[in-house]
Design a protein around this ligand. Structure first.
Ligand SMILES: NC(=O)c1ccc[n+]([C@@H]2O[C@H](COP(=O)([O-])OP(=O)(O)OC[C@H]3O[C@@H](n4cnc5c(N)ncnc54)[C@H](OP(=O)(O)O)[C@@H]3O)[C@@H](O)[C@H]2O)c1
Length: 267
């Protein structure tokens, strides 16, 4: 993990959940962190925690659905540190509604804008600097980027887009020695489930998950660190996710049943 020493790392979606846990897990290895999200208060609270541990980060507020703000985030990083080594595209949002019950179709474009176009905007602005450092792009996708999941159609579409996009970029950037790592978490205890948009496009407010039965954000961050350090191409955080990839080829109906059951049971 010494590889992270003096590396300049941007984490989007750092105010909550996996991004926050990742910032706290990375900081002790001596990297220079840029933490970003929309909520300044929550970012400042994380910055205070990191500063107390001896690792003050740069805080930069940005909405990843806005291309100008994405460019501004990359520029702020370069102005502060003169380089960028790792861009972690983690910010994201989800939904919780059957498609045929969705009353507000703008949910689909909102999710696509944040989960897919945001990382694309940021990555486009970051690539010149990542080429200079032979750096790395990390995309926090989802297991839902590899298979269909009921109540998540728009989210699944956005995460399939993320995986297709970054798998393509990996090939394009290989001659420049810029690595691309895709992370596919299974369910993780975070705010995302409470914030998931319902059929009217409003946050659920309460989590439908069995939180005691699913992975914590801290455990997810700990799984991510060695995979990022080794510049590996893919992490799938659960056993069912790892074997599911192969069963999907020979018994896709079984994978559909597992996805249906996971949503029904919230784990
Ligand atoms: N939790 C899971 O079960 C799970 C499973 C698979 C994949 N993932 C993925 O993991 C990533 C992190 O999610 P999480 O579970 O940690 O969720 P979370 O607790 O809801 O955190 C999401 C983060 O993204 C930020 N964000 C949301 N919209 C944004 C926008 N428009 N611009 C900038 N930042 C924005 C939020 O901060 P602000 O509101 O302050 O902007 C927050 O910091 C997401 O990409 C998610 O899809 C999560």
């Amino acid at each position: 993990m010494q590889i992270f020493k003096d590396k300049v790392i941007i984490i989007t979606g750092a105010s909550e959940g996996i991004g926050r846990a990742l910032a706290l897990a990375l900081a002790p290895y001596g990297c220079k962190l840029v933490i970003s999200a929309r909520n300044l208060e929550r970012l400042n609270s994380l910055a205070k925690e990191l500063a107390e541990l001896g690792h003050p980060p740069l805080v930069h507020v940005a909405d990843v659905s806005d291309q100008v703000e994405c460019t501004g985030l990359i520029q702020a990083c370069i102005e502060a540190f003169g380089k960028l080594d790792i861009l972690i595209n983690n910010a994201g949002m989800t939904m919780w509604s059957r498609f045929d019950e969705l009353e507000d179709l703008s949910v689909l474009s909102q999710i696509m804008q944040v989960n897919y176009l945001g990382p694309a905007y940021l990555t486009h602005a970051a690539i010149p600097y990542l080429k200079q450092t032979q750096g790395q792009i990390v995309a926090v996708a989802s297991l839902t980027g590899m298979t269909g999941v009921p109540t998540r159609s728009g989210y699944a579409a956005s995460k399939h887009a993320v995986i297709g996009f970054f798998d393509s970029l990996r090939i394009e950037l290989s001659d420049d020695n810029v690595a691309v790592t895709v992370i596919c978490p299974d369910f993780v205890v975070t705010q995302t489930h409470k914030r998931a948009l319902d059929e009217q496009g409003k946050p659920l407010g309460a989590t439908p998950m069995q939180e005691s039965k699913i992975m914590t954000a801290e455990a997810c961050a700990q799984m991510m660190l060695p995979v990022i350090a080794k510049r590996q191409r893919l992490l799938i955080t659960s056993f069912r996710g790892r074997i599911g990839r192969f069963f999907k080829i020979i018994a896709p109906g079984l994978i559909d049943k597992i996805a249906r059951r996971a949503i029904a049971s919230g784990r």
